[in-house]
Design a protein around this ligand. Structure first.
Ligand code: F0G
Length: 385
């Protein structure tokens, strides 16, 4: 693939670490920004103010490919033969695909037990990754893979890897390009491991420094209510970037409380079922630079928003719809004004996680109960729309 056909590498002057001959690209980042009148109405915005950045259209079906091409190219630069990640499913699908297509490395994947949708798991398996389920959830898998990759010298591609974030900056470059470089008022993004939000903040502060934009948008990061560490720390406990010295006592005491209560992340949006985000500090910097806010969306709000994205003709997986649910919340609070231009990032494709979607729409009570029964979700909002 020529570099100019990659939506990441055609911006390579802004991520200048890889010599052209070492870049591994599979045509990632050719993703559109769509206006949506229907979703604007749902959120409560003027009809031409809402845009959806459709990252589900990447080769592996999620935004991860933007970062993976960069990390993978770096791994190739340094001669790595194996690359590993912990994943809720999208990072692993992406890594597996780059390994499979390039034949340069073996993918080694750690999944929390039962914590992955079959759409995502089937990608890793078909692409031939060494795929292991470990006892525990994503937070446990993340800790294990950090230890193991260090011990065995395996290249780690989770978003602790700074090259991942370099690639993900280009999502914002494409958004700006689609808007003729007119900076929108808001970027709204789901928050899990907080790599995206960190990279967006970096993109905007670099563009401003270069004089390519004259102001930065505000950033809204949306957690799932069952996995809301950033929301709790930033909105309720006042944790701030503080010039690179966020108050560790606030973070540690919150995690100690979670541990004492035996509380694990729990949400229908399995992609963001994370309580110990590895990019917390970088994300706090992005929140400061972009005058950001954090909100949390319940499973009900996420699934209702997801059905509206589906009705707009695009579709996304549950985690992605947190962005739309969060924008609606901020509009209702009056934080977002009806006339402001808002971009919501649709991080993953609708087909990634059909189980939740079918359960939400089905008239089969047993299937509904199996998937959503314990989550206090009702589907009246869609029926009445
Ligand atoms: N949306 C989707 C669809 C995701 O898969 C993820 C993360 C996020 C949002 C959160 O992004 O971590 O940058 O805040 N998925 C990771 C994975 C954890 O393993 O696939 P973030």
């Amino acid at each position: 693939e020529p570099l100019c056909r990659s939506g990441v590498w055609r911006f390579r002057e802004l991520l200048p670490f890889a010599p052209a001959e070492k870049i591994v690209t599979i045509g990632e980042g050719q993703t559109p920004l769509h206006p949506s009148v229907g979703v604007a109405k749902y959120i409560g915005l003027e009809q031409d103010k809402l845009f959806l950045q459709y990252e589900g259209m990447n080769p592996s079906g999620s935004f991860k490919d933007n970062g993976m091409t960069a990390a993978f190219s770096h791994a190739h630069m340094i001669g790595a033969k194996r690359a590993a990640c912990a994943s809720t499913g999208n990072t692993s699908a992406s890594l597996a695909l780059y390994c499979c297509m390039s034949k340069l490395m073996q993918a080694v994947i750690f999944i929390g037990s039962g914590k992955i949708s079959y759409g995502k798991l089937s990608q890793a398996l078909d692409y031939g990754a060494l795929t292991m389920q470990i006892a525990g959830d994503f937070d446990d898998a993340m800790q294990r893979v950090r230890e193991i990759s260090q011990k065995l010298g395996i290249y780690l591609v989770n978003s602790v890897n700074p090259f991942r974030l370099e690639g993900q900056k280009t999502i914002m470059l494409r958004v700006l390009e689609s808007l003729d470089w007119e900076v929108p008022d808001w970027i709204v993004v789901p928050g899990g491991n907080l790599g995206n939000s960190s990279s967006f903040g970096k993109a905007f502060s670099e563009l401003k420094e270069l004089g390519l934009i004259d102001r930065v948008p505000r950033l809204a990061i949306i957690n799932a209510a069952g996995a809301d560490t950033l929301f709790e720390l930033h909105e309720n406990r006042g944790l701030r970037w503080n010039g690179g010295n966020p108050d560790r006592k606030i973070v540690d005491s919150y995690h100690a409380e979670l541990d004492a209560a035996g509380q694990r992340a729990d949400t229908i949006a399995s992609a963001i079922e994370i309580n110990r985000p590895v990019n917390l500090d970088k994300c706090l910097r992005a929140l400061e630079q972009c005058h950001g806010v954090v909100r949390e969306a319940t499973d009900q709000q996420i699934l209702d928003a997801k059905s509206q994205v589906g009705a707009s003709g695009l579709g996304c997986e549950p985690a992605s719809a947190a962005s739309v649910a969060g924008a609606k919340m901020l509009r209702e609070e009056g934080v977002i004004e009806p006339g402001e231009r808002v971009v919501c990032i649709l991080t993953g494709h609708q087909l990634k996680d059909p189980t939740a979607t079918v359960a939400y729409h089905t008239s089969d009570q047993a299937e509904f109960n199996r998937v959503l029964g314990s989550r206090g979700v009702n589907t009246a909002a869609y029926a009445n729309r």
